[in-house]
Design a protein around this ligand. Sequence first.
Ligand code: ATP
Ligand code: MG
Length: 163
Amino acid sequence: MIILYTGNGKGKTTAALGLALRNVGHGRKVAFIQFMKQSKSGESKVSLTGFELKQFGRDKLLTRDTVEQVDKELANEALDYARSVKCDLLVLDEVNVALYFGLITLEDVLKLIDEKEREGVLVVLTGRYAPDELVERADIVTEMKEVKHAFNEGVPAQEGVEW
Ligand code: ATP
Ligand code: MG
């Protein structure tokens, strides 16, 4: 089963974290991989048996125009790790954005998903700009739609809400 969360509204990563918690409760092992990230988000500080989160990124906000070779290396490291990790739920958080930025190839992501699906792993993909091929490939696709966001009213990002 492949689940995809995309769209411009808030809730993609946190939806994946919700599934992670649900799976841990069932005694399943979760590998939660975050692309392009090196942050002190709440989820990165969680210590919970069966839940392993790894971040692959630099401590700086990446945009499409500021991509460097090291960003591609880190994103491909994330894919390597995903390939080798033994788990029941694999989350590739922001993988869609990593694809959109050209850090990794769609071919590699599709191959990884195929392998994991064969092993019976539940795979969750998140991030804006999901390519059509992944939308086609996934079994469940939800698009988070922004109706309103406090950020647009000048409210700064908050601990426990954004990170
Ligand atoms: P979350 O991690 O809260 O589930 P997300 O994964 O759906 O959010 P991202 O695109 O990864 O969203 O953005 C990370 C953070 O940026 C979010 O926590 C968040 O609140 C903020 N954010 C998300 N959508 C918007 C928006 N439309 N405008 C401003 N900030 C946003
Ligand atoms: Mg996110």
